[in-house]
Design a protein around this ligand. Structure first.
Ligand code: FAD
Length: 172
């Protein structure tokens, strides 16, 4: 899914990756062949990745440790990392930040059953303890509706939902 954060993505460090398909055939792909875009790759969905070669950049171990520490501090201060959450809920639309649109639509802190839009970072949905999948999905769909009404932008789920869509969840 080309995970990324803080201006870097897997595609920036991946050299090559090995996958096996359902017929047992091995595929070794160089990073550019995997068609990485934002939170997406073109790898066939039946491939199972078994290894990857990553290429870092030279720096002193102190400088690398300091960068890691700074990111950990920034993340701790801006995301609800100690709560029950699935991470970023919606993809950032091109040139926009999902959390800003959600905030602008007045959804920060909004609740449905045991699900809540995080007050710390409003692109995170939190299970406050008793949330059902339907609470989380319904809340997410309500956020999408409000953001579209307010900004004209329809947010796209980053979280991949599986199973049967609940009646309250709304259209995918
Ligand atoms: C608190 C939190 C914060 C997050 N923050 C970020 C962030 O800042 N940036 C970001 O980009 N993402 C973020 N995420 C999302 C995270 O990157 C994805 O959830 C990621 O897919 C997790 O990988 P996993 O292997 O742990 O999950 P899994 O659920 O094990 O796998 C995710 C998907 O990949 C498939 N898969 C797993 N292993 C393989 C394999 N070997 N070969 C092929 N397919 C496989 C699974 O079938 C599944 O569809 C966050 C998630 C959480 C919970």
């Amino acid at each position: 899914m080309n995970a990324g954060a803080y201006e870097a993505e897997i595609k920036d460090v991946l050299f090559d990756a090995t996958a096996i398909d359902r017929q047992g055939k091995l595929h070794i792909s160089k990073a550019p062949d995997l068609g990485f875009t934002y939170r997406h790759s073109n790898a066939p969905s039946d491939w199972i990745f078994t290894s990857a070669t990553l290429q870092g950049s030279d720096d002193s171990s102190e400088a690398i440790a300091a960068r890691m520490e700074n990111i950990a501090i920034a993340r701790e201060g801006s995301q609800p990392i100690r709560e029950r959450t699935g991470g970023s809920t919606f993809k950032n639309p091109k040139g926009q930040k999902a959390w800003e649109l959600i905030d602008r639509a007045g959804c920060r802190g909004m609740q449905r059953g045991g699900a809540q839009v995080s007050n710390t970072h409003c692109n995170f949905l939190i299970n406050t303890g008793s949330a059902t999948a339907a609470d989380l999905e319904g809340l997410g769909e309500e956020v999408r509706r409000r953001v579209e009404d307010e900004t004209g932008i329809l947010l796209e789920w980053e979280i991949r939902r599986i199973g049967v869509l609940s009646a309250v969840g709304g259209a995918l």
